[in-house]
Ligand binder design. Structure first.
Ligand code: NAD
Length: 446
């Protein structure tokens, strides 16, 4: 469904009307196109004294061909403001944030990026340091709401020992791939990670399974993973067979018709994956999902069961069997698709929000168990994304979903797909148990 308001607001007349009346002003977001450079201009890098992340970040960005500068003359715009706050050990040190962002706040170009890097509070050495590092969340979330014009702001906590593992995250958060991700907290764990031979095809040689891939977000995930080099198995119900075949053809992948709620679905899937040609699977994306909205007083037991069954029990059963059979091995990636409804709750969606909060629970409970096996598990939580699912919403709710976020517009399926591709990449080996919202910094559940 086209966002007519956003199209109007970006027209000549619309721009004047929006400005005069102080209406929501949805900017045209910069999204990644193949061949685009990582950033469109220099990155300004600042640091609080004693930080441990500034130099490794400078090296990583330099190796990726990014121009990094320590200051800019007045009036010169930068593509990103990056600040290493890991040296801040108590609340008086927070002043370094003001000293960096105050003079440069107006130097950021349209769709610019703000990254603050710090130490996970739980990995600090004193309560005062933990307090100061926890404070960084308030700064980044506020900048995300304040800067506008398509700018995004994120906090990246890097565990001690994870200094060399930031490349995939920088590539995602600084580029147009993260157009609709803002106000998020990313946690990178300790350890070294491989650098892909080809930064544009980090998934070369990997096999990915995407459920619910016939349309909407799932089809976009299949396309983006294939673009990044993966061989894709696109799975959906037999009734969606034609559309599924279209996605499989387009991505030069394979189509697998399977209803994930069938009693023997995990067994059939495991058999299919074990048969090869590539035994097992490297990336599993649990995207298939349904809604059956009603207030709980009006909801039938079937509506409850259907939603829990597709959205939560099916991913659980699939994970359990594939892991038990060793069909997801070291280097494996599991990504669940949750929803901001699972974080904030939503009227008329007790079943859906329960299932999506459950996806977050699945990710958080499996993460420590799978870490020693070299497998990561993360979730994305989309907000309002323009798909067939949201096109059926009543217009009032639909407009609220589109406007009540820092971008004043809905996201696109590709925004969710890009986030999953980042989590699935070999360079994200130390990112696990994260829940990343793809919601344009929605006010819901903030
Ligand atoms: P969609 O309805 O367009 O696509 C979902 C796909 O899942 C369909 O192709 C469907 O056939 C498939 N599917 C459903 N039941 C299945 C089953 N039993 N076995 C196999 N496949 C099955 O939905 P979408 O908007 O693309 O959403 C994709 C995911 O993102 C869902 O998990 C949804 O809950 C989540 N999500 C979407 C939004 C949004 O704004 N669209 C927001 C938050 C979360």
């Amino acid at each position: 469904m086209a966002d007519r308001y956003a199209n109007f607001a970006n027209s000549g007349l619309g721009r004047t009307v929006v400005k005069r009346l102080g209406l929501p002003d949805p900017p045209r977001l910069r999204r990644h196109q193949p061949g685009d450079p990582l950033v469109s201009g220099p990155v300004l890098l600042g640091a609080a004294p004693g930080g441990r992340l500034g130099e490794p970040i400078r090296k990583t960005l330099g190796a990726a061909g990014v121009e990094v500068t320590d200051q800019t003359p007045d009036g010169v715009r930068v593509s990103a403001l990056v600040f290493d706050a890991s040296g801040i050990t108590d609340s008086t040190g927070l002043r370094a944030l003001y000293d960096f962002f105050h003079p440069y706040a107006r130097s950021l170009e349209v769709s610019g990026r703000v990254l603050v890097l710090g130490t996970p509070p739980e990995a600090t050495t004193s309560p005062a340091e933990a307090t100061a590092q926890r404070s960084l969340e308030g700064l980044t979330r506020s900048i995300g709401k304040e800067f506008g014009r398509g700018a995004t702001a994120q906090l990246v906590y890097v565990a001690p020992g994870g200094e060399q593992a930031t490349e995939s995250t920088l590539r995602f958060l600084l580029s147009g791939r993260s157009a609709y991700v803002s106000g998020q907290v990313v946690r990178i764990g300790a350890g070294d990670v491989p650098t892909p031979a080809d930064g544009d095809r980090p998934l070369d040689g990997r096999l990915a399974l995407v459920t619910g891939a016939a349309r909407g977000i799932g089809a976009a995930i299949a396309r983006v993973l294939a673009r990044d080099g993966a061989d894709v198995i696109a799975l959906d119900v037999p009734a969606a067979g034609d559309a599924l075949a279209g996605v499989a053809n387009e991505t030069r992948g394979r189509a697998l018709q399977l209803d994930l709620t069938a009693a023997d679905a995990p067994e059939r899937l495991a058999g299919y994956l074990a048969a090869g040609p590539h035994t097992g699977v490297d990336i599993v994306v649990h995207n298939a999902g349904i809604t059956r909205d009603k207030t709980i007083a009006r909801m039938s037991a079937d509506q409850w069961d259907a939603v829990i069954g597709v959205n939560l029990t099916a991913p659980e059963r699939v994970d359990e069997l594939l892991l038990e059979r060793g069909l997801i091995g070291s280097g494996g990636r599991i990504v669940g698709v949750a929803s901001i409804a699972g974080i904030a709750g939503n009227r008329g969606q007790t079943n859906y929000a329960t299932s999506k909060a459950g996806v977050i629970g699945m990710v958080q409970s499996y993460a420590p168990v799978l870490l020693p096996r070299g497998i990561t598990i993360n979730a994305v939580a989309p907000g309002f994304i323009e798909t067939a699912m949201t096109a059926t919403m009543p217009i009032g709710l639909r407009e609220a979903g589109r406007r009540l976020n820092s971008m004043s517009q809905g996201g696109l399926p590709v925004d969710v797909a890009e986030t999953i591709a980042w989590l699935a990449s070999p360079g994200s080996a130390t990112i696990t148990g994260n829940v990343i919202r793809v919601c344009g910094q929605s006010l819901l559940g903030a």
